[in-house]
Ligand binder design. Structure first.
Ligand SMILES: [Fe+2]
Length: 127
């Protein structure tokens, strides 16, 4: 499998870099497809066609999620950030501030969900 988006010769890439490149390229393509289907659905007057386009859009969301999960399982850096930011209800920028404050205090800059919860709780009402 080749890619037009490689920035250095393929033979110089580690397996990790090559596989991550393939996954990221696929994720980008899936997200672009979501965007394209969504726009086409809005741009059609035909209800049946709109339903198909929205169905296809949701399938692309599934594909994107599958690739993202593969990335999470293979890449600890991505996994740490996803663990910090996904499936939370706190304001996202407040989460980043809490992470950065934790790093400044020697916390390493990445907080797991269980580590973050008490920190974010203390931020409520500070807006
Ligand atoms: Fe897809």
């Amino acid at each position: 499998m080749s890619s037009e988006n490689l920035h250095i010769p393929r033979e110089l890439l580690s397996q990790e870099a090559r596989l991550l490149h393939n996954a990221i390229t696929s994720l980008v393509e899936e997200l672009e497809a979501v965007d394209w289907y969504r726009q086409r659905a809005d741009d059609t007057e035909d209800d049946a066609l709109r339903a198909i386009l929205l169905h296809n859009m949701r399938e692309e969301m599934e594909h994107a999620s599958m690739v993202l999960e593969w990335i999470r399982r293979r890449n600890p850096d991505f996994a740490g950030h996803l663990k910090t930011y996904l499936f939370t209800d706190t304001p996202i920028t407040e989460t980043e501030k809490a992470v950065e404050a934790g790093a400044a205090e020697g916390g390493g800059g990445q907080l797991g969900r269980t580590d973050l919860a008490p920190t974010i709780g203390s931020l409520k009402g500070q807006r």
